[in-house]
Design a protein. Structure first.
Length: 74
């Protein structure tokens, strides 16, 4: 490697929005993340399916097909 052309590679602290912290090496002085493997739904298995403003019911009503006719009682 040539001397003087590479940035410093130092130990830094990484902070996540969930409160998790760990150390790693980077060219940046400090790293702040919004989501990490400790709080990401894919890694935690706590995935939430949100139904925003009844979208699922609206879809089901729209594409349910014609309603069955009421059977007349004799």
């Amino acid at each position: 490697m040539k001397a003087g052309i590479h940035p410093d590679y130092a130990v830094v602290n990484v902070h996540c929005a969930c409160g998790a912290t760990w150390t790693t090496r980077s060219t940046k002085k400090e790293m702040r993340l919004e989501i990490c493997s400790a709080c990401h739904p894919f890694f935690t298995g706590k995935q939430r399916l949100l139904d925003v403003a009844g979208r699922a019911e609206r879809f089901n009503r729209k594409y349910a097909g014609p309603k069955k006719a009421a059977v007349a009682k004799a």
